[in-house]
Design a protein around this ligand. Structure first.
Ligand code: 5RP
Length: 236
């Protein structure tokens, strides 16, 4: 993991640590995906190792969080084995003033939405660059789609006024394949005025598994900021 001292990394580390400190012994913890959450997972692992934290179990939201948790010795469980998730910690690509989110930059939003929505407390960890006035202003909206339905879903997204593009792999020829074996379409919408309505409309297109709009799920946002040259955490 990066130990660089560039401001964004410092902010991510700080919010990751702040979120990890909210985990208590005995908790079932949703482990999100992405570079910011990775710091939270790292600090949870360190607290476990030092004995500061005991008897926790993680529910991972991606292969990334499975691998990381295993490396750090965090015991894992599944949704079939628990009757609750006490806390979930996850990153975001955009956060609006109502704490609604765009997620899916890591193509993990389908499992993330399942785990984050089940958590008693859902904590979002971001650096200040993720705060926007309106969702869709800086980030394309990810939509996971069954490969079988790719073309009709692309057409349906265009009919809704979106500009869809199939997400392509990096260091992998062809499209990105999600942990479920599906494709991701990234969609540019000029303005997302009603995220709740768009979330439902998109999920109603046959072949769409899930989209990256997380509406009304967030309990707390921890924002990493640099103030007077010092990295700080602000709570929203
Ligand atoms: C993965 C996600 C990530 O949480 C989101 O992309 C933020 O990642 P990062 O903390 O690396 O900016 O939604 O699907």
């Amino acid at each position: 993991m990066s130990t660089a001292t560039e401001p964004t990394t410092l902010m991510k580390q700080l919010v990751g640590k702040a979120a990890a400190l909210r985990v208590q012994s005995g908790m079932i913890v949703g482990l999100g995906t992405g570079s910011t959450t990775a710091y939270a997972i790292q600090y949870i692992g360190e607290r476990l190792k030092s004995g500061d934290l005991k008897d926790i179990k993680g529910i991972p939201t991606s292969f990334q969080s499975v691998v990381l948790a295993k490396e750090l010795g965090i015991p894992l469980t599944t949704l079939d084995e628990v009757d609750r998730i006490d806390i979930a910690i996850d990153g975001a690509d955009e956060v609006d003033p109502n704490k609604n989110l765009i997620k899916g930059g890591g193509a993990a939003h389908t499992r993330e939405k399942i785990v984050d929505s089940l958590a008693e407390q859902f904590i979002v960890v971001v650096d200040a660059s993720k705060l926007v006035d309106k969702l869709g202003s800086t980030f394309l909206l990810p939509v996971e789609v069954l490969p079988f339905a790719l073309t009709p879903v692309m057409r349906a997204l265009e009919k809704l006024g979106g500009k869809p593009q199939l997400r392509m792999g990096v260091k992998k020829a062809g499209p990105v394949i999600t942990d479920q074996g599906n494709f991701v379409i990234d969609v540019k919408f000029e303005a997302i005025d009603n995220p709740a309505e768009l979330e439902k409309t998109l999920n109603n297109i046959p072949g769409v598994l899930e989209n990256g709009l997380f509406v009304g799920l967030t309990d707390l946002v921890l924002v990493g900021e640099i103030k007077d040259g010092q990295p700080t955490v602000r709570e929203i």
